[in-house]
Design a protein around this ligand. Structure first.
Ligand SMILES: [Fe+2]
Ligand SMILES: [Fe+2]
Length: 327
């Protein structure tokens, strides 16, 4: 079994003032306690997976996927297999992201300075544990777990290795959680598989709380920070968005047991020419009509939240525009 080690400069803070100072975080803590669910008994695990229907999660409107020439060329049977594998690959990235969130929240319990922030973060630790449990269980029934993509691994490690807890909070709670919440909601609305719908419905409910934590806490905290530290958080947010939207890579070649590209394996093992398929995908990514028909996770879910907490300042806005965002 693979074990990857990173060394983090984590500052652990005790807080001996137990009074509530950030009421909104205390309210969220109360809500989190009430909304707990059990991954083992609250999901209808006895349902059969509708493998064909699951494939739609990668193509929320159900229209983009069949328009790729390399998909049109597949036999019905291979197309179904490809859809299931590709879904398992995508869900695997979320599974690894859930573990990243679990580790990050453990850090937040230690590193945040407010008792309200610590108590809430403790509830998120068990939420993320539950998410790891459900996604692992679902993926292994669908197909298998694939290794983590280098760019995702690099972002998660940057969050875990950050020296300011505010960077962790922005990287995980505002950026990554918004992305997860948006994706799970889209999956819930579009998947034809009832078991997956049940998994992402309950998970998205938790993720909405996780985003709220980031928004409430960062709105409170960012104005309290020194200018140089706040600018570091702004830069960190932009770097994370850049890495997640443009790929990057190279930072984690040995992630997931040394398998260089599990995404490639999804294609090649079914006899699909990976380079040709990638060429078609990037060609269509530049076609405005094609792109507009798909989901816009960053535009609709991530960038608005960063703007809401005040992290898209005039100083960093050009960087977002370079990435194609209208800020
Ligand atoms: Fe999660
Ligand atoms: Fe989360």
């Amino acid at each position: 079994m693979t074990l990857e080690e990173i060394v983090t400069p984590l500052k652990t803070l005790w807080k001996f003032d137990y009074e509530t100072h950030v009421q909104a975080l205390r309210d969220l803590y109360e809500m989190a306690k009430k909304e707990q669910w059990n991954a083992a008994s609250d999901i209808p695990w006895d349902l059969e997976i509708n493998k064909e229907g699951v494939g739609d999660i990668l193509d929320p409107d159900g229209e983009r996927f069949p328009r790729y020439d390399f998909v049109k060329a597949l036999s019905d049977e291979t197309r179904e297999q490809f859809a299931a594998r590709r879904s398992a690959w995508t869900l695997s990235q979320f599974l690894h992201g859930e573990q990243g969130a679990l580790l990050c929240c453990g850090q937040l319990v230690e590193a945040v300075p407010d008792i309200d922030g610590k108590l809430y973060a403790a509830t998120q630790v068990i939420d993320e544990a539950r998410h790891v449990e459900v996604f692992h269980r679902y993926i292994t029934r669908l197909d298998q777990v694939y290794s983590i993509e280098p760019s995702l691994y690099a972002v998660l490690n940057a969050i875990l290795e950050a020296d300011l807890w505010q960077m962790k909070c922005v990287g995980m709670q505002v950026i990554t959680e918004s992305l997860a919440m948006g994706t799970f909601k889209t999956m819930k609305e579009n998947t034809q598989d009832d078991l997956l719908r049940s998994v992402v419905e309950l998970t998205a409910q938790d993720e909405a709380r996780h985003v709220s934590y980031g928004l409430i806490y960062m709105k409170e905290e960012l104005p309290r920070m020194s200018d140089p530290d706040r600018e570091r958080v702004e830069d960190f947010a932009l770097a994370a968005v850049r890495l997640l939207t443009t790929g990057g890579g190279g930072a984690a070649d040995s992630a997931g047991g040394g398998i260089l590209s599990s995404r490639e394996a999804v294609y090649t093992e079914l006899g699909i020419d990976y380079d040709k398929a990638m060429a078609e995908i990037s060609e269509k990514a530049n076609d405005p009509e094609f792109v507009n028909s798909g989901p816009r996770m960053f535009e609709d879910h991530v960038i608005p939240q960063l703007q809401r907490v005040g992290l898209v300042t005039d100083r960093v806005a050009p960087g977002y525009r370079e990435l194609g965002f209208d800020v």
